[in-house]
Design a protein around this ligand. Structure first.
Ligand SMILES: [Zn+2]
Ligand SMILES: [Zn+2]
Ligand SMILES: [Zn+2]
Ligand SMILES: [Zn+2]
Length: 225
């Protein structure tokens, strides 16, 4: 797949639409986020980590997450599997300095891992791999937004794809077209219906994940909570 226009996404607090880097900056000053963050949940204050997550290919797919400092990387791994990656229970790993760099144990706490400038690589499936980059944007001290260890602050909208046959909006992907015909494989509803290829399975429904078309991934690409 070629380079695409930067995707935009919605701020979960105020509904503003921005690109990945614009969103990272916006969240620091979003008034609705500030008031949501000030609401009093029980329990002590803690350090919360705003993490920018993106696919390692071109950053079309991205997340802005807020994560409790005391939570472990295993919670982040679980979250990434649910929202983007899980197909058939492959191995995954966090590392520093690229995926061949130093592995960081899943049991490590966020507050013991992230410091400004550090970028972690997450790899899911060492065969047909999906690589994800995670870096620290900011921290704040206060109450978490929810009882869960991670909150979704923003996420890219599904990238706009067009049907390879007619140029209309695409909702399906034919993997055979990608691998055998050097085509985009993108298909609209009408052209997915009765598409002649089945060697790699029927056309897949496009979901908002960087893993569409890899291994047996079929979504649902929804956050776990
Ligand atoms: Zn906002
Ligand atoms: Zn798989
Ligand atoms: Zn079409
Ligand atoms: Zn095809």
């Amino acid at each position: 797949m070629g380079r695409r226009k930067q995707t935009q996404g919605l701020c979960a607090f105020c509904g503003k639409t921005l690109t990945r880097s614009g969103m990272a900056r916006h969240l620091a000053s979003c008034p609705q986020r500030a008031s949501a963050s000030a609401s009093q949940r029980p329990g002590p204050d803690q350090t919360l980590y705003q993490l920018q997550v993106q696919d390692a290919i071109d950053g079309t797919f991205w997340l802005q997450l807020e994560m409790n400092g005391a939570a472990t990387l295993a919670k982040l791994d679980h979250y990434l599997r649910a929202i983007w990656l899980e197909c058939c229970g492959h191995l995954s790993q966090f590392s520093e300095g690229g995926w061949r760099g130093d592995e960081i144990a899943m049991g490590r706490k966020i507050e013991k891992v992230f410091e400004p400038g550090l970028e972690l690589t997450h790899i899911y499936d060492f065969g047909t791999s999906s690589e994800t980059l995670i870096k620290l944007v900011a921290t704040r001290v206060g109450k978490p937004l929810t009882k869960h260890p991670i909150s979704l602050l923003a996420r890219n909208d599904p990238p706009a794809e067009v049907c390879q046959e007619c140029g209309q909006a695409a909702a399906w992907l034919c993997v055979e077209c990608v691998y055998e015909n050097q085509a985009t494989g993108m298909l609209c509803d009408a052209h997915a219906d009765g598409h002649p290829h089945a060697n790699y399975g029927e056309p897949l429904l496009l979901v908002n994940s960087p893993r569409v078309g890899l291994c047996g991934y079929e979504g649902p690409a929804k956050p776990p909570y």
